[in-house]
Design a protein around this ligand. Structure first.
Ligand SMILES: Nc1ncnc2c1ncn2[C@@H]1O[C@H](COP(=O)(O)OP(=O)(O)OP(=O)(O)O)[C@@H](O)[C@H]1O
Length: 231
């Protein structure tokens, strides 16, 4: 289980996260939602070692992850799918997938076949350049690349942003499949309300860098949550 406690984060003098706490359990989707600029991406970056946090703790299965670098976080089992996907446009799909090997020992540098069961289109397009894929295909590639390291925690930052509806559905099915495997904790940052409402096992609403509402599916009131994440 990933546990974040009282996390604070600053950009220069400006404090963005004011003591965020959440837990993400294996086999569950934890949705983090909120309007633009409340600090959702900053939270994921802190967990993924992409930006230093100024206070609080992050633990994985009880073991503190003390201000890890992105590489160390990857080695510890945390994979991050950034907002905007960050696919390398001039590299092929195969080469993009291979960048996911960075945190793995050389003996494990193979793309597991189940990646192509989840995303068959990537097998067909292995030799296409990343930049020639559609937005939805790039999103699938970005998730597949993150899965290469067999993470224990998968961080997804707005996977539906700018994606056509049929691919959104497909991405939803993949997230549900990964959740149902039972061994991966998934943190889904998402503003597409119905998508995350249908998928998540628990919810964390963030307002101005702090948690304003949190609870499990079934316990949380839909309208209450919706009101907190709407402009
Ligand atoms: N590198 C940075 N330097 C300074 N300020 C930043 C930086 N990155 C983000 N911010 C600011 O921090 C705040 C939180 O940004 P963040 O991207 O974490 O929010 P968010 O909830 O993910 O928003 P969005 O949904 O628009 O991605 C915003 O006010 C943003 O302008």
């Amino acid at each position: 289980m990933l546990s974040v406690e009282n996390l604070t984060l600053k950009y220069g003098q400006s404090q963005i996260l004011h003591g965020i706490s959440l837990t993400a359990e294996p086999g569950k989707v934890t949705a983090v939602t909120g309007t633009n600029g409340v600090g959702k991406t900053s939270l994921l970056k802190a967990i993924a070692g992409r930006h230093p946090y100024s206070g609080g703790t992050i633990t994985l299965d009880g073991k503190p992850l003390n201000h890890l670098s992105a590489f160390q976080a990857g080695r510890a089992g945390i994979a991050y799918v950034p907002q905007g996907r960050e696919v390398f446009p001039l590299m092929t799909v195969q080469e993009n997938l291979e960048t996911g090997f960075a945190c793995l020992p050389r003996s494990e540098h193979t793309v597991p076949p189940h990646i192509f069961d989840l995303f068959p289109i990537l097998k067909d397009f292995l030799h296409r350049r990343g930049g020639d894929l559609s937005g939805g295909q790039q999103q699938q590639l970005a998730i597949a690349r993150a899965l290469i390291s067999k993470p224990r925690v998968l961080l997804l930052d707005e996977p539906t942003e700018g994606i056509q509806p049929n691919i959104i559905q497909q991405i939803g099915r993949v997230i549900a499949q990964l959740r149902d495997q039972g061994d991966m904790a998934i943190i889904l940052v998402e503003q597409y309300f119905d998508f995350m409402w249908d998928l998540a096992d628990s919810f964390v609403a963030v307002q101005r860098g702090a948690v304003s509402l949190a609870g499990r599916a079934g316990e949380i009131d839909r309208e209450d949550l919706l009101a907190r994440v709407s402009i």
